[in-house]
Design a protein around this ligand. Structure first.
Ligand code: BEZ
Length: 185
């Protein structure tokens, strides 16, 4: 079956897909998923770091009852070819139930998640160490710091006061101490 013959699919964005929308979509809605939380535990060798010095980007980890807000996009299937390439550094598609805010209904959809089995995974660290790592990382898509600040801004607009992301934002905005720590991480 050709991509164009497959029904449009809901895609849930919780990270850069909220603010970097470089794909066409038919509809977008504020939305949420339950049972997952954001963590800057995924290494980035191709966007916010390099293979020699990977940055840290967001993924989701299971967390009972935690609600993660984001944006759901209704997309044609061909969009996944583009996104599979954009997110090729460890992310895989996962089927998920998505609650659409305005329609008060659940739909089945797809999100991208990078779990601990991918080779670029970095895993947990102390929040100050994660912030120091991010403060010193850059890649072809820009600085790792800007990735966090843009995400925090987008989450503020959505009303998702994610403690992990906002702690990183606050550490990065007062980054005098982080710069000295970067040399030691
Ligand atoms: C997202 O915004 O949903 C997303 C974040 C990281 C990788 C892929 C997708």
């Amino acid at each position: 079956m050709k991509n164009s013959e497959v029904k449009p699919t809901w895609l849930f964005g919780y990270g850069s897909l909220i603010y970097k929308v470089d794909f066409p979509y038919l509809r977008s809605e504020q939305a949420s998923i339950t049972g997952w939380q954001r963590r800057f535990w995924q290494g980035s060798q191709d966007h916010r770091g390099t293979p020699e010095q990977p940055g840290r980007v967001v993924t989701l980890v299971p967390a009972a009852k935690v609600v993660c807000k984001g944006i759901a996009y209704l997309v044609e299937n061909s969009v996944f070819d583009h996104l599979d390439h954009r997110e090729k550094n460890g992310y895989q598609r996962l089927e998920i139930d998505i609650a659409l805010l305005n329609e008060q209904q659940k739909v089945s959809g797809i999100l991208y998640v990078a779990d601990e089995h991918n080779p670029a995974y970095l895993g947990a660290a102390r929040i100050r160490d994660i912030a120091a790592h991010i403060a010193g990382s850059h890649g072809p898509s820009g600085s790792n710091r800007d990735y966090v600040l843009q995400l925090a801004e987008a989450l503020r607009d959505l009303g998702d006061m994610d403690p992990h992301v906002f702690k990183l934002e606050s550490l990065l905005r007062s980054n005098n101490t982080l710069q000295t720590e970067t040399a030691r991480v």
